[in-house]
Design a protein around this ligand. Structure first.
Ligand code: ATP
Ligand code: MG
Length: 316
């Protein structure tokens, strides 16, 4: 079993460090891409203001602005109305359908699909020039809060940011990054990482939601050691049977306390505390996800090629 593996050699750590920074530089969008996304947003906003909703306002959230975005990550867009004082009263499915009809008239986007009956109604579409996918939801204020929280963690420590790319890339390569298909969302994997970085010794990230004034800046450890540490933490140490991944406080949170005993992977949303991000994961998927952490640790014990391996380059 993986727990009998020797620690990585200095050479492996060095190569793995390179791998981590290559993954980051290969997948993080170049600075001008933020502008591309922002411009796309403003053009669409102008169009729907003129054509259908005069007080519409579009805001980006998710990985386009949380510090963990990939070049090809989708645009997550939130639609609000400047003159609406009671968002609860909006007929969301109706607005989504009208929005889709409007967007279909915009030449530079295609594949406009309204999903108006979902729990969170959205319109999906693709931008013709950049090929980026996007979806628009309404009043997704919770997601805007957690975007800001993740962005703050990403800014606090560059290693956290780089490791965020590693964990998302691993999850995407292994096809365990889709909550609608019974695994976990990108957001959930980022929470797993933050939780680990708050608890490794010495800690890399503070618990922002209970930060006291005199918390000191953490000491430095290699990014590669942290990546191995992360894989070991969830592959070997974390007690999934008993505990909940919870980034808002340092004290251990048990499944018993949350009444989440039936859940195989329990991850508490840091704002909507009743929300378990692992709630849809069944037993088989849970053990597959946990085994992925172990296998990746093994995978990293093998010689690492000098350039980024092929599998790290192509997935969608
Ligand atoms: P990716 O680069 O894979 O697109 P992402 O962080 O944008 O990563 P999405 O699945 O597109 O992930 O989700 C967009 C945003 O919506 C997340 O960043 C998060 O702010 C919010 N979000 C997603 N799922 C949840 C959830 N289950 N509960 C609360 N917020 C969520
Ligand atoms: Mg996204």
């Amino acid at each position: 079993p993986a727990r009998q593996l020797p620690p990585p050699t200095a050479k492996q750590v060095q190569l793995l460090d390179r791998l981590c920074s290559d993954v980051f530089s290969d997948w993080a969008p170049p600075a001008h891409e933020y502008q591309v996304r922002e411009n796309m947003l403003r053009t669409i906003e102008d169009f729907i203001r003129h054509q259908a909703f005069p007080s519409a306002r579009l805001t980006l959230f998710g990985s386009s602005c949380n510090g963990f975005g990939f070049r090809n990550s989708d645009l997550d867009i939130c639609l609000t109305f400047d003159d609406c004082s009671d968002p609860q009263s909006l007929d969301q499915p109706d607005i989504i359908l009208k929005l889709a009809e409007t967007l279909k008239r915009l030449r530079f986007i295609y594949n406009v699909i309204p999903i108006s009956t979902a729990k969170v109604p959205i319109v999906k579409f693709t931008d013709r020039r950049s090929r980026l996918e996007a979806d628009i939801s309404l009043y997704n204020t919770l997601a805007q809060h957690n975007t800001l929280l993740l962005h703050t963690y990403a800014k606090l420590d560059s290693r956290a940011r780089i490791l965020g790319y590693m964990v998302k890339l691993m999850a995407k390569i292994c096809d365990i990054c889709d909550a609608s298909r019974g695994s976990l969302s990108s957001y959930a994997y980022t929470l797993l990482l933050i939780y680990y970085l708050q608890r490794c010794k010495p800690a890399v990230l503070p618990v922002l939601q209970e930060l006291d004034a005199d918390s000191r800046r953490p000491r430095l450890v290699d990014g590669a050691d942290l990546w191995i540490g992360f894989l070991r933490f969830y592959g070997e140490h974390f007690d999934f049977e008993r505990n909940v991944v919870c980034i808002r406080r340092m004290e251990v949170l048990s499944k018993f306390e949350k009444l989440w005993n039936g859940s195989f992977i329990a991850i508490e949303d840091p704002f909507l505390l009743s929300h378990n991000l692992g709630g849809g994961v069944r037993r088989k998927m849970a053990s597959f996800i946990r085994r992925t952490f172990l296998l990746w640790r093994l995978h990293h014990m093998r010689p690492i090629p000098n350039s980024l391996p092929h599998g790290y380059r192509d997935f969608r």
